[in-house]
Design a protein around this ligand. Structure first.
Ligand code: MN
Length: 423
């Protein structure tokens, strides 16, 4: 078995057509069954596979992996082992669960603590996040926001095409899908007021993003080149960077977003490895003007990943408001990591680097309500007749992501969060 991405591979575990989790995916996450302790897991179709139990039963013998790394509340100890171990585990899982492995099918099938129905377990935060960076790497998003907040003639600031703009965010409030978030309160300055007011945000928004997780630490003072960047990346997940636009507009000059962004950021529970995304690698947009040498790269570092956002009002069905694609990103993940470390800033295992809002070129592909409803001037009509310029209390925001070509679909599942009224 040389090509784990071969679309013809099948598993003896059921995986219905259109599943995000065929045997070519094998993402990693942390789950808990009832009140038992959290374990690392992978997923195939609708089956969650307990990696600790799999190791304890001896199915992962020979990989040189201490089963204890799977008996933990985050993937960090496993990720720390390094890329050769991520790869050998993925290969072993593909062997164990391959459709022709009748022996493993019989032996694993006769245990009662390895396989679980995904609907019967709770997914937890997959990594312990040390540091978190949010980039701003979509040309379309930066242009749209620049048009609305500043001046259409000078939408992009002079630095934008020369470096991947970003800011250091906060890791304590990054939570897993299913976590509800209360509408934040804060200072805003209404346009018709000379002084700020305090209260619940009136412009609560989502930002459709993907984030990558670093899997290899560096020493303070060293840098990662674009050529080496992907060796430091474990995988990717969906990221909803909830944002309070009215708070942001008042607070963000001169140091960037602060309280408008750190009241809750929500991630999907399964980390999809770069290896699983390999068949969907595509070139990014041309970069003009040419970037400085440390940001130049060879090969393709963008990925063709469909991304969608749905809003589900209480008691209603989910309604798609946006359909975008990660392939539009102007700055790629190798450039982002090279820029993050070019000054000698060290990185650690489990750090999270969000892409920035993934907006495409057409109005239906904008990755935030700010852009979709164009600052409230073009509200979105919901199936129940109500309108949305931003997110209402008790709305759920659901993001989905997947790669697809004939015969192969690799998905991220979803990240869902319900917005509760301000406390
Ligand atoms: Mn963001």
């Amino acid at each position: 078995m040389d090509n784990l991405n071969d679309q013809h591979l099948k598993s003896w575990l059921p995986s219905e057509a259109g599943s995000d989790f065929p045997i070519q995916n094998l993402p990693f996450g942390i789950f808990r069954k009832g009140v038992s302790s959290p374990h690392a897991a992978t997923r195939l179709g609708n089956t969650v596979i307990d990696l600790f139990a799999l190791a304890e039963h001896g199915f992962l013998d020979g990989l040189g992996i201490d089963p204890g790394v799977f008996n933990y509340s985050s993937l960090n100890p496993f990720i720390e082992l390094g890329k050769p171990y991520w790869r050998s585990l993925r290969k072993q899982l593909a062997l164990l669960f391959g459709s022709d492995n009748t022996e493993a099918c019989g032996r694993i099938g006769s245990t009662n603590d390895i396989l679980y129905n995904a609907a019967a377990v709770q997914m937890l935060m997959p990594v312990k996040v040390g540091d978190y960076t949010d980039f701003y790497s979509s040309l379309e998003h930066a242009t749209n926001v620049g048009c609305m907040f500043r001046d259409p003639a000078n939408a992009l600031l002079p630095n934008w095409k020369h470096l991947p703009v970003g800011y250091h965010g906060r890791s304590s409030s990054i939570v897993v899908s299913g976590t509800a978030i209360h509408r934040p309160k804060g200072q805003t300055k209404p346009p018709d007021s000379d002084t700020p007011v305090f209260g619940p945000s009136k412009e609560l928004d989502f930002e459709l993003e993907l984030a990558f997780i670093t899997g290899k630490k560096t020493a303070l003072g060293t840098s990662v080149s674009t050529a080496d960047a992907e060796d430091h990346i474990f995988g990717m997940l969906l990221f909803n960077d909830l944002s309070a636009r009215d708070i942001q507009r008042w607070e963000y000059v001169p140091l960037g977003p602060f309280l408008s962004k750190n009241f809750g950021s929500v991630v999907s529970p399964w980390i999809v490895t770069l290896d699983a995304l390999e068949p969907f690698r595509v070139p990014g947009p041309a970069q003009d003007p040419e970037v400085l040498p440390y940001l130049r790269f060879s090969g393709s570092h963008n990925f063709d990943i469909q991304m969608e956002v749905f809003i589900q009002a209480e008691g209603q069905t989910e309604f798609r408001v946006c359909s975008s694609n990660y392939k539009y990103m102007y700055w790629n993940l190798a450039q982002q990591l090279a820029h993050q470390t070019v000054n000698g800033c060290n990185i650690r295992v489990g750090d999270m680097y969000a892409s920035g809002t993934v907006s495409g070129p057409t109005p239906g592909s904008y990755g935030s309500m700010l852009e979709l409803a164009w600052k409230g001037t073009k509200p979105i009509k919901m199936p129940d007749g109500s309108e949305r310029s931003f997110i209402n209390d008790n709305d759920s925001v659901i993001m989905k992501g997947y790669c697809e070509k004939p015969g192969l679909r690799i998905g991220f599942g979803e990240v869902a969060t319900k917005i509760l009224p301000a406390l």
